[in-house]
Design a protein around this ligand. Structure first.
Ligand code: HEM
Ligand code: FES
Length: 798
């Protein structure tokens, strides 16, 4: 059955001549046939369980589940991005249909769970989401911070002198449940009962209960449903409270067609689970993970400013939602595989979070990971978790409390068990031990008052820096220096892949280079830093050092001059990354590698990999003169005949038109160098298959503005009269942030509705999918992440 292989050679129609066939007619591979998300393998470690799929068959049909399973980051994000083609309507459907007996039990409770937010289609969903969004905004969430801190403190007080605790049973289950009830406005009810109810809901929705269990689960779910109804009735009598449900009831009065009765009842029940179990599990996973990586734990104990990024990395590495669901509403192709309309999809977000194509050294647990916040544990786009910042707040406060009061706690010996289901994931128990005599607060009560500010809403990656030491700085040419950087704490560095770069923080202020910035971490932080991106050369698998080659650019903004001046042996630098936007795919037989000048750095790493893999490759290296070309000796020794050098002072220029005269589907071309070289290559490759030429992009090209097609405009802030200039190469959101105006954002692609600003004057060029046509035409609001002024000026209600 024809089904073109996607990049990587993976995903091809699996040639396994078993009798089993997927609904698209393709045979089912043996591993796909074996896939069982209720097995111990998936329960213990979902991303590891589907590693084979991520690598070889990223979209497959599972006959045991009756679902198509998707495991790569890019495919999953594309699915989240398009909630019309990929409907969320099955998100809360029972993954294991129940038998008649259990159904009768549910009916006896008049169980009628239907649409909430998470499983609602457009056009009903987005207006409802927007009407109900306010209580989730950072200023509103800020009101809950003291409550979360108080609860965390009280629960730790209860066991701090015991030396041993099951954190799940003694704290992590109840505190998020209490927070959830506060947030929703539900009186604190019998916690144990609610815990049983919500586990039953998980098993009912995402589990595979045996027929005899189904009846007991149905009773618990039915009771939960009735409990939700009663609480709601009480609230209706007096909806003045501060909770989200009361807010919903009040909104129902204003918008009865948007916030319906059935919605409120379903949301009451689903909301408790959404807010509670997810966060309880996330907290248990995070603490387990940090204690298993003792050095990371000690780092956050020593420096609590690392906590917000550590939370993101924990959610990425071992999040509490392992997989989510969508329904294909039309025939569609995902990852090169044709999927029929009506297909159910299990999108394994935990696998996406371990995808090497997006996360460098993906299995490595790295609390300084620069893009940890890209994790998909909260979903993405129109349905992205509304409660994520409440969850983040809780997780940050828990980690802060534990790292201050119990820095000496360790995991006790134990086997971890999980409630078998596809989606909600966290250990049922988490035993930790410590010596109470060593509790810091016994020596110093001040420990109890230390507070790291909770960062709500903004997960910018500012704290994700790593300090490295310049081990050596060697001049390669008169204006290129090669730096070998080792971790300042001597620990292994994350692996990287050819094409990756790091950001180096250069202590350059707008007034020019600052003195001494490289000599200490504090020094580097003191000047107003800019960062510069440098591709990694050297050996990608070496964890002991990174190597970069830096060209002094006289016309630059001072970053490279700063590196040349201050990055001497022994100096400390701050870096972010590695990150790769220039992936080296090794799926085609022949590789042409082309570098101009300092562009050799990423290309040299690719050449090394091509050689190691025994690929058929050629390396073309162009420069002004041999004397100006870095790494020449090394490259000659490594690549011999495969290297062709074109030095213009020798009268030799590469003729790209001749070189690329005959297209070849089996060849990929990778290039890094000056813009005119890339332009020439783009022209020379114009008649080649579309994705042949790959060039270096230091930032992700996705959603990038094309400045040649945009115009600059002015945004006036009504409250202050301040004027913000929005350049043609930036979004309104970026310009506002540069002007220190805080605007919330999530997807930054016009999908989710978080970045809305009110417009008082000016016509808008709307580019989102959030606003209705009437709203667009009213010209009173806009999504600041993507929409722009149609004219020269807008006045905003900011
Ligand atoms: C939606 C995960 C905490 C409320 C979602 C979705 C996921 C998720 C995967 C679906 C996303 C999509 O379809 O794109 C999590 C995780 C949490 C968490 C991992 C904790 C670590 C919370 C909390 C609340 C909450 C604390 C409420 C206070 C919601 C709501 C939606 C949602 C209302 C539906 C949004 C929509 O469809 O527009 N969450 N969640 N979640 N979550 Fe969470
Ligand atoms: Fe999602 Fe703008 S619409 S951030």
């Amino acid at each position: 059955v024809p089904s073109a292989p996607p990049a990587g050679g993976a995903g091809r129609c699996p040639i396994d001549h078993s009798a089993m066939r997927a609904p698209n007619g393709c045979p089912v591979s043996a591993r796909a046939a074996d896939f069982d998300p209720f097995s111990d393998g998936y329960q213990q470690d979902p991303p590891d369980y589907v590693r084979w799929s991520r690598e070889q068959e990223p979209v497959f049909y599972s006959p045991q589940l009756g679902y198509w399973v998707v495991t790569r980051y890019h495919d999953i994000k594309a699915i989240f991005r398009d909630n019309i083609t990929f409907s969320p309507s099955i998100a809360l459907e029972k993954i294991t249909p129940t038998g008649p007996e259990a159904n009768a039990v549910l009916a006896s409770y008049e169980y009628g769970m239907s649409r909430t937010l998470v499983n609602e289609d457009e056009p009903a969903h987005m207006p409802r989401r927007r009407v109900l969004m306010e209580p989730f905004t950072p200023p509103e969430l800020g009101h809950h911070e003291a409550m979360v801190r108080r609860l965390a403190r009280e629960y730790v007080d209860r066991f701090i002198d015991d030396g041993r605790a099951d954190l799940v049973d003694q704290m992590l289950w109840e505190v998020p449940l209490t927070v959830a009830l506060h947030f929703l406005g539900v009186p604190e009810e019998d916690m144990d009962m609610l815990r049983q109810y919500s586990i039953a809901h998980t098993v009912n929705t995402w589990g595979r209960p045996k027929p005899e269990e189904q009846v007991a689960v149905a009773h618990a779910v039915g009771k939960f449903w009735q409990f939700a109804g009663k609480v709601l009735d009480k609230m209706r009598a007096d909806p003045s409270g501060p909770g989200w449900m009361q807010y919903g009831i009040r909104m129902q009065k204003q918008h009865p067609e948007i916030v319906t009765d059935s919605y409120l009842h379903s949301m009451m029940m689903a909301g408790i689970v959404a807010a509670h179990e997810t966060t309880a599990n996330a907290a248990a996973n995070a603490i387990k993970l940090l204690l298993q990586h003792r050095e990371a734990w000690e780092d956050i104990c020593a420096d609590p400013s690392l906590i917000p990024n550590a939370v993101e990395e924990c959610l990425r590495h071992n999040g509490s939602v392992a997989a989510w669901r969508r329904l294909a509403t039309r025939d569609v192709r995902i990852g090169g595989v044709d999927i029929p309309a009506g297909a159910k999809l299990l999108i394994v977000t935990s696998s996406a979070n371990h995808d090497e194509r997006h996360f460098n050294d993906a299995d490595f647990f790295d609390i300084r990971r620069e893009n940890a916040g890209d994790q998909l544990t909260f979903g993405f786009g129109a349905h992205q978790c509304l409660g994520k910042d409440l969850a983040r707040m809780e997780l940050q406060i828990f980690l802060e409390e534990f790292s201050r009061r119990l820095p000496h706690m360790r995991l006790a010996e134990q086997a971890f068990s999980y409630v078998p289901n596809t989606s909600f994931r966290g250990p049922e128990h988490l035993w930790v031990e410590w010596d109470p005599a060593a509790n810091p607060e016994r020596r110093d009560r001040a420990v109890l008052s230390a507070r790291a500010p909770v960062r709500i809403g903004d997960i910018t990656r500012v704290d994700a820096y790593r300090t490295v030491k310049v081990e050596s700085a060697v001049a390669l040419t008169s204006d290129i220096v090669r730096l070998r950087l080792v971790a300042a704490d001597g620990r292994p560095l994350p692996r990287w892949t050819p094409g990756a770069h790091i950001d180096v923080v250069c202590a350059v202020a707008s007034g020019g280079i600052q003195d001494g910035g490289a000599s200490s971490q504090d020094g580097a932080a003191a000047a107003r830093p800019i960062s510069r991106q440098y591709s990694l050369c050297g050996d990608p698998d070496a964890r002991d050092a990174y190597e970069i080659a830096v060209l002094r650019e006289p016309d630059g903004r001072g970053g490279s001059a700063w590196v040349h001046e201050y990055a001497r042996a022994g100096a400390l630098l701050r870096i972010r990354g590695p990150r790769n936007h220039f992936h080296f795919e090794t799926d085609r037989g022949t590789v042409l590698l082309i570098a101009g000048g300092i562009g050799i750095t990423p290309v040299s790493a690719m050449a090394r990999r091509a050689r190691a893999l025994g690929l058929d490759y050629r390396l073309i290296y162009c420069g002004r003169s041999r004397a100006s070309m870095a790494l020449l000796d090394e490259l000659t020794a490594l690549h011999g005949e495969r290297l062709q050098v074109y030095a213009s002072d020798e009268g030799r220029r590469a003729d790209f038109t001749a070189l690329l005269a005959t297209p070849c589907a089996e060849t990929r071309v990778y290039a890094c160098g000056p813009a005119r070289m890339i332009d020439a290559l783009t022209q020379a490759c114009a008649h080649w298959p579309q994705d042949t030429l790959r060039v270096e992009h230091f930032t992700s090209a996705l959603g990038k503005l094309d400045p040649s097609k945009e115009h600059a405009f002015e945004a006036v802030l009504a409250s202050s009269g301040k004027s913000v200039q929005v350049r043609s190469d930036q979004t309104l959101l970026q310009a506002l942030r540069d002007a220190h105006v805080e605007v919330r954002s999530d997807c930054e692609e016009g999908l989710c509705g978080s970045c809305e600003v009110r417009v008082l004057d000016g016509t808008i060029d709307h580019r989102d999918v959030v606003l209705t046509r009437a709203e667009r035409e009213s010209n009173t609001k806009m999504m600041s992440c993507c929409s722009r002024a149609a004219g020269k000026r807008v006045v905003l209600d900011l």
